[in-house]
Design a binder for this molecule. Structure first.
Ligand code: BG6
Length: 480
């Protein structure tokens, strides 16, 4: 239990976070097209597919299972789920819109009305319960047609398709959504181009130019979405979304300190600098040169990026990362797609993700010192195995402890002077894991009866953490 109480801002945005492909299911209902998550198999092997070259984006049901096809069936059960979020007192709910529900192939000129109508119903249901939606425009959900026939974000044409999609939803939901984000964890494309950039590299050594060209297209697309949002919904705020993990040097050896700094700049700051400051950071000039990267930057791109920067930084925080120049012989730490060496001061989750609440305070201070724009923790949580007792109860004290410690860290950061808008706990309802496709890696306050193999009734039940978080929100973080 914390020894002091924390003062969160009066309108602090407490809530939970999800992504369409990890909750909705109904993967071919309502004229939805196939997206990247639909072709990713379930199981721990998924992580290798995501990181290794040569994935073909085909469904092979003889060999694999596809957990995102049904997910947790939010597509049909959203009313029940939103009522549970409301019972916890959510002020906001972070969700994403599936691009393929609106433009099934991505390159159509006319949107799919059935898809638009579905999100109208979801957004109306949220408002009925006084929950403000926070919408990610693209959360690892690119149409497979754009991947196969255009090469994903490598193609400049995709910028036009994305702009059309973004404008369509900004216009349609202009009275219903006031918080937006462009690309989920945009920097994750550095490690997992499949989800983030919409293509699989063919060979490791050929990755540099396609990767950074794809990023450039996303930056242009993001600026176009920011511009459109400000024009269409002047009272809305639109943010970027980055995966942020502070990088610690393994020790005081200056070589390791410099190495950690380089890792931190590329992974944590390269994308955020462009989206928040509106320009490529100075350190990328050397990086581009050393890796023979020549970007095709069209006339007007840099001005557009400079003019249309984001209003806030949304970020996910699960862990810190510890880096050492020479890793040979060191024990590696698992992690949210990137891994460093084991930090001897930290414990790890069942999935090897190191648990570091102070790292969140550090992250908040680093980001605020650097950018001076409001911050929003839009993902944080503990993926763990839960046990259902005979009476149906679930005593997830480990999750409560994890969340409490991270909320304390936010309270401290607010005292440090950080402008923090809100907190949406990841996977507020159990959902399909992005990196492994597992159901057993549970994050939720709400349990969903579904196993890794796909069996289960899909019934929802409240974990102990449900009541704990309800009280946290009710007391605006005073009782943790
Ligand atoms: C973030 C993603 O990387 O981490 C989410 O934005 C994801 O989509 C979350 O689910 C947790 O990762 P995982 O692999 O445990 O689902």
């Amino acid at each position: 239990m914390p020894t002091k109480t924390y003062q969160f801002p009066e309108n602090f945005l407490w809530g939970g976070a999800t992504a369409a492909n990890q909750i909705e299911g109904g993967f071919h209902e309502g004229n939805k097209g196939l997206n990247i998550a639909d072709v990713l198999p379930g199981g721990k092997g998924r992580l290798n597919i995501l990181k290794e070259p040569g994935f073909n984006f085909e469904v092979n049901t003889e060999k694999y299972t596809y957990p995102n096809h049904e997910a947790i069936d939010f597509y049909h059960r959203y009313k029940e789920d939103i009522a549970l979020f409301a019972e916890m007192g959510f002020k906001v709910f972070r969700m994403s819109i599936a691009w393929t529900r609106i433009f099934p192939n991505g390159d159509e000129t006319v949107p799919n009305e059935e898809g638009l109508a579905f999100y109208d119903r979801v957004l109306d249901e949220l408002h009925k319960h006084n929950i403000e939606p926070v919408v990610t425009i693209s959360h690892y959900e690119m149409p497979v047609n754009l991947v196969k026939n255009y090469g994903g974000w490598r193609s400049r044409e995709v910028v036009t398709f994305f702009e059309r999609y973004a404008k369509t939803i900004l216009e349609r939901y202009q009275n219903k959504v006031k918080y937006w984000m462009t690309f989920n964890e945009i920097n994750s494309g550095l490690i997992m181009p499949i989800m983030g950039l919409g293509f699989s590299i063919q060979k490791e050594e050929d990755k540099y130019t396609p990767t950074f060209q794809a990023f450039h297209h996303q930056f242009v697309a993001s600026s176009l979405a920011v511009k459109a949002c400000h024009e269409i919904i002047p009272d809305a705020q639109i943010g970027c979304m980055i995966l942020y993990a502070p990088v610690y040097p393994y020790d005081a050896n200056p070589e390791n300190v410099m190495h950690a700094l380089e890792e931190e700049r590329l992974f944590n700051y390269y994308c955020a600098d462009v989206q928040v400051r509106g320009e490529y950071p100075a350190f990328m000039t050397r990086y581009f040169k050393e890796h023979n990267i020549e970007l095709d930057i069209k006339e007007g791109d840099l001005e557009l990026m400079k003019e249309h920067t984001v209003d806030y930084i949304g970020f996910s925080y699960y862990m810190s990362r510890t880096e050492k120049m020479q890793k040979a012989g060191e024990e590696q730490a698992d992690g949210n797609i990137m891994s460093g060496v084991r930090n001897p001061f930290l414990k790890a989750s069942d999935w090897g993700w190191e648990i570091d609440p102070t790292g969140l305070r550090i992250a908040l201070n680093q980001l605020y010192d650097r950018y001076r724009v409001p911050l929003f923790v839009v993902e944080n949580g503990l993926g763990a195995k839960d046990v259902v007792e005979e009476d149906g109860s679930i005593h997830d004290d480990y999750r409560i402890e994890y969340l409490r410690d991270h909320i304390v860290a936010m309270g401290e950061a607010i005292e440090d002077g950080v402008d923090l808008m809100g907190y949406t706990a990841w996977g507020c309802i159990d959902l399909v894991s992005a990196s492994t496709g597992e159901m057993s890696k549970r994050y939720g306050f709400i349990y969903v009866d579904k196993e890794d193999g796909g069996s289960g009734t899909l019934e929802r039940s409240k974990k102990k953490s449900f009541f704990w978080y309800q009280n946290v929100i009710n007391t605006n973080g005073k009782e943790l």
